[in-house]
Design a protein around this ligand. Sequence first.
Ligand code: ADP
Ligand code: MG
Length: 247
Amino acid sequence: MDDLLALDAVTMRFGGLTAVNGLSMGVTRGTIHALIGPNGAGKSTVFNCVSRIYRPTEGRIRFDGRDVTGLPAHAMAGLGIARTFQNLELFNELTVLENVMLGAYSRHETRLIERLWPRSPKTRAWAEEILEGTGLKDCRDAKANGLDFGRQKLLEVARALALSPTLLLLDEPAAGLRSREIERLDTILTGLNRERGITVLLVEHVMQLVMSISDRITVLSFGEKIAEGTPEAVRGDPRVIEAYLGT
Ligand code: ADP
Ligand code: MG
């Protein structure tokens, strides 16, 4: 199997608490892979290990065939890994367009001034293209904190896309969205995956979205993998049903 991302026995401890316990999983290139599980199962911690905010206590992480376990967080964007956060992390006082332009800074731009404050026509054109694709074009000049919640969530995705990632990590992008907004997110993510070949690793509680777009699902409970497979297989798995009912 052609794994773009591979976790090999990853364990993350915080003092006496084991948040992730010996997790091995692979995300196949070109797929949409969901990571689900009850609150506190360790999903965001997995993202933080992959994006190098935490260094795993044990285990290895490979990206595109390369061991990235020891790399610093700032190196990940250059490799083509972009992420969103469970809680919104936007530049509130900046406009929608500026937020997306800032997201583009580190991948292709080598001039320091552009990295600090990107405004080249090339970056602007790229940001506009992303706003078009995510349906945010109409509010490009609005301040981020003036948007409704659904658009703020989409802007997070748009900003991550500005990096032209190979791998996009999304932490609960549908949380708090209304069903029409969820359908829109579904269309956007499916399109990105099919048309641009972006591999997506998605943490999400909204099962409507997870079941609709995922090629494969990994289920975590108390830091351990309890099931993995297609949406159909996972949906009917008794261990999964038990883990969810137990919360
Ligand atoms: P999920 O995203 O699945 O809801 P998390 O990965 O956020 O779960 O958390 C898993 C467990 O690790 C929880 O018990 C949480 O309290 C704990 N945890 C996460 N981050 C830290 C941290 N930085 N320090 C201490 N404990 C943490
Ligand atoms: Mg979380």
